[in-house]
Design a protein around this ligand. Sequence first.
Ligand code: 7PJ
Length: 276
Amino acid sequence: MSAVLRCGDRRLELTRPVVMGVLNVTADSFADGGRYLDLGAAIERAERMVADGAAIVDVGGESTRPGAAPVPLDEELRRVLPVVRHLAEVPVVVSVDTSKPEVMRAAIDAGAGLVNDVRALQAPGALEAVARGGAGICLMHMQGEPATMQQAPAYGDVVTEVKAFLEARVQACTAAGIGAERICVDPGFGFGKTLEHNLQLLRALPQLGVAGRPVLVGLSRKSMLGALIRRPVEERLAGSLALALWALQGGARIIRTHDVGPTRDALSVWTAVSGG
Ligand code: 7PJ
């Protein structure tokens, strides 16, 4: 597996795993909706995550949780751009969590080094926006759309299908001029998946680094943990850390989390034990 992810003019060294901190500038995200709509609060939160050891801060203006309402373009730009602009001055890779090519372009111009797209650049114009902007890209698998994806997820073989999708999207990217060194992939836990699908993907993580690209996982506080440990969102940290360690053992190199400090600690311990 390649140990570098190119993010615009920054290189993310992945010989050791890194943390991506989640910053939702939204009204309705399930874990922290409404808390960071104010610019000052968002920036304070981001700087805390950097101080706690985040290598990437993922700024999102539209919630993708099951059933969430779509956000108009203007509103998404208004939420995301000031935060991206501010963080561009901070030594961290700024990621923009969006599926809209206009938001990708504007965020890259404002200093974002990575695009995190739960629709894997399938919107018209999205491949071109990233290709031209020079940013890195996280390609995530999702079955269906957020509004309905958890109603009846179904696969023949979830691992084969997720892997084939990610391979096809890596190919689409390279064909559009996005160099492989700019790409990471993500099986998309909870995005059109039952608990059993998520568990199968976790067991198969070593196979999911398609084209030798680094694997990013988002497991933090997710409802699969609710199902496993029967605890509300605010009480899923220990479960999230257990999944993060499992994912590292399976080869994941970027851990997306709401809890940067504790996750960074878990990664540091894992890295020391694994001989890194
Ligand atoms: C993910 C994401 C994920 C990537 C969300 C939440 C729900 N992006 N955006 N991977 N999940 N790449 O924050 O738990 O798993 S939204």
